[in-house]
Design a protein around this ligand. Sequence first.
Ligand SMILES: C[S@@+](CC[C@H](N)C(=O)[O-])C[C@H]1O[C@@H](n2cnc3c(N)ncnc32)[C@H](O)[C@@H]1O
Length: 246
Amino acid sequence: MLAGLVYQETGISLSDNKVDLVKARIAKRMRKTHIRTLKDYIGVIENDSNEFACFIDAMTTNHTYFFRENKHIEYLLENLAGGVRHRIWSAACSSGEEPYSMAIQLSEAGLAFEIHASDISDSMLETASRGIYPKDRTRCVPLPLVQRYFQQGHNKWQGHYKIKSGIREQVKFFKYNLISDPAQEQYDVIFCRNVMIYFDHETRQHVVNKLYQSLRPGGLFAIGQSESLVGVEHPFKYLRPSIYCK
Ligand SMILES: C[S@@+](CC[C@H](N)C(=O)[O-])C[C@H]1O[C@@H](n2cnc3c(N)ncnc32)[C@H](O)[C@@H]1O
């Protein structure tokens, strides 16, 4: 029943081998909300939209880090034209490392851009807007760029970095559900990485159709390096592994 709710809301298929993980995540929410039985917890999420949002948050996998699978951004640096403003969408941005990684590198290259970044998870969007991260998340960022774009945290924020405001202000975050929200205005680039692996074939097809509609002709589309559009019907032109063009 709970897996059905998650599927309906997010498109995420919680297969049988995830039962233990799901149980552990629900148990954590129950402890936090002081609810003793699963039946009571289900009653709460059916009637309380705040706890329902926390439940959905708890069911999503948000793992990410700065400069993850950076080949996609390197491709943008090699192929985006100078002298025009590029409209970029990081769909399923988690806690923001992906769009900030783009903003840092496109700024370094002197390209003009606006980045919109979305996720289904309220808590991830909050973290993303705040822009404070454990240092470990920057392990793949070259040191000179860390020094230029991050501020060291002190006292309570020891061991953390904050993205400097110049970069933070270049990324606009918004809540967007890939399953149920309508196609967006035309973007020049869409990244939708490391989320479709959690979707079944039908959901993937639905999301790819919607993202295709949200791209302008000639626009670029990147998926995660371990993902594939095999089995999905689409009119994209294949450019290189996990990069496509409309
Ligand atoms: C593993 S993270 C990927 C982050 C980043 N794109 C990357 O590659 O590092 C997957 C994200 O997808 C989000 N997500 C899951 N289902 C979603 C949906 N239906 N609509 C929008 N975002 C969703 C989750 O909240 C999570 O933050």
